[in-house]
Design a protein around this ligand. Structure first.
Ligand code: ACO
Length: 379
């Protein structure tokens, strides 16, 4: 019998998970049992990660111990700094530098592929912000800022980027973002991580593959272009003309459409509320006004453009607005997504290990058969 082809594996279930649940028709996302609207604005990022790894929230003592453990694993050695300095000197994009940094992160460190799996997971989660910030400092022609163990995960990341301790509102805004996108079912990068671990490879390799997968514009690469689009629209003052021009040219609008949601992405509302704070009384209220009216216009015109497909706002639209609001540089939007999602990648990798089966689908052969060999000189 011919194998059925499921292009893009759409709708195909290949694993059971307790980590997150998406109802794409109802527009609901549950992370570790909590609706995203409940978890994201309240949790510390470390609490979200503990929840994913242990299927419950930590008590106060456990949280302190978990935080301290992650904070102690933040450092990178001179060898890794060297890789990142070189990547910055050669103007490599941030996601490429992150991929190199993750692959190299265990040089001079003993939490690598030989360590027990949860140690590998904790190290990967702890070290990503340091890799990104170190690269960014070199890009700016500055020395890296050493991580501070007394700061929470999100605040320490902002601190390492600028050398200045962030205000509570910015740290909370970033933390809400990190919690919102920490896990999201079997998205492409998480699937990559699971495939790697299913071969009984290690978690550092899984994280490296996942970073490579997240890089593409159909997955994690959208918020940078989404912000550029919003800035252009704001400057042009003609949102409708802008959208029509893009759609007529056959281009996709960044920040809209989703493989799973047939509604507005529930994370959009969480991030919109968090972003609003930064564009409130003292911020750029005019820009935020443009963002909101652009969203309405874009959704209406996308419905006109593709009446048979619901194309609503996805997570990346307000990600762009929120991250810009808390002063994460546009070039680091996708790497900041990775800083969050590594929590989900590692939890999925550990879950895969618990009940592993090699992930090995099949392809249908459509090539020639029965060819006979001709030596090169006679072709
Ligand atoms: N703008 C314009 N048209 C679109 C958009 C968009 N944002 N999204 C989908 N379409 C159109 C496609 O052109 C396609 O039309 P066609 O059938 O005439 O070719 C139709 O809608 C269906 O699109 P698919 O690519 O089949 O939808 P899929 O579910 O595979 O794609 C995706 C989802 C990749 C996110 C898509 O909507 C897209 O490219 N969006 C823009 C990029 C983006 O925002 N990415 C971030 C996604 S969120 C995340 O990964 C965290």
């Amino acid at each position: 019998m011919e194998d059925q082809i499921s292009r893009g594996l759409e709708g195909v279930a290949v694993a059971e998970t307790r980590l997150s649940y998406i109802d794409g028709d109802a527009g609901e996302l549950v992370i570790g049992g909590f609706p995203v609207e409940e978890l994201a604005p309240n949790a510390a990022y470390e609490e979200s990660v503990f929840l994913l790894l242990h299927d419950r929230l930590p008590d106060a003592e456990e949280l302190d111990a978990f935080r301290a453990d992650l904070a102690a694993r933040r450092g990178v050695g001179g060898e890794v700094q060297q890789v990142l300095r070189q990547a910055a000197a050669e103007d490599e994009p941030a996601m490429d530098a992150l991929r190199m940094g993750v692959a190299a992160a265990n040089l001079g460190h003993d939490d690598g592929g030989d360590a027990d799996p949860e140690t590998q997971a904790r190290r990967a989660i702890a070290v990503l912000p340091t890799i990104v910030a170190t690269y960014w400092r070199y890009r700016q022609g500055k020395d890296p800022v050493e991580p501070r163990e007394d700061l929470r995960h999100a605040a320490n990341y902002l601190y390492m980027l600028t050398g200045e301790e962030p205000g509570d509102a910015a740290a909370r805004g970033l933390e809400t973002y990190l919690n919102s996108v920490v896990d999201h079912g079997l998205n492409a990068s998480t699937f990559s991580a699971r495939v790697v671990v299913s071969t009984e490879s290690d978690l550092v390799s899984a994280a490296t593959a996942a970073v490579g997968t997240l890089k593409g514009p159909l997955h994690g690469g959208a918020p940078g272009p989404a912000l550029e689009m919003l800035r252009e629209v704001h400057a042009s003052d003609d949102p409708e003309g802008y959208v029509r021009e893009k759609l007529d040219a056959g281009e996709r609008l960044m920040g809209f459409g989703h493989r799973v949601y047939r509604t507005r992405d529930p994370r959009a509302a969480v991030l919109e509320a968090a972003a609003e704070r930064f564009y409130g009384a003292d911020g750029d209220t005019e820009f935020f006004g443009t963002v909101r009216s652009f969203e309405d216009i874009a959704v209406d015109l996308l419905a006109e453009h593709k009446p048979d497909r619901t194309l609503e706002t996805n997570v990346e639209f307000y990600t762009a607005v929120l991250l810009d609001g808390v002063d994460v540089p546009r070039e680091l939007f996708t790497t900041t997504f990775a800083i969050s999602r590594v929590g989900g990648w590692m939890a999925h990798a550990l879950e895969q290990r618990e009940d592993n089966r090699l992930i090995r689908p099949v392809s249908r052969y459509v090539g020639d058969t029965g060819r006979s060999w001709t030596p090169a000189a006679e072709r």
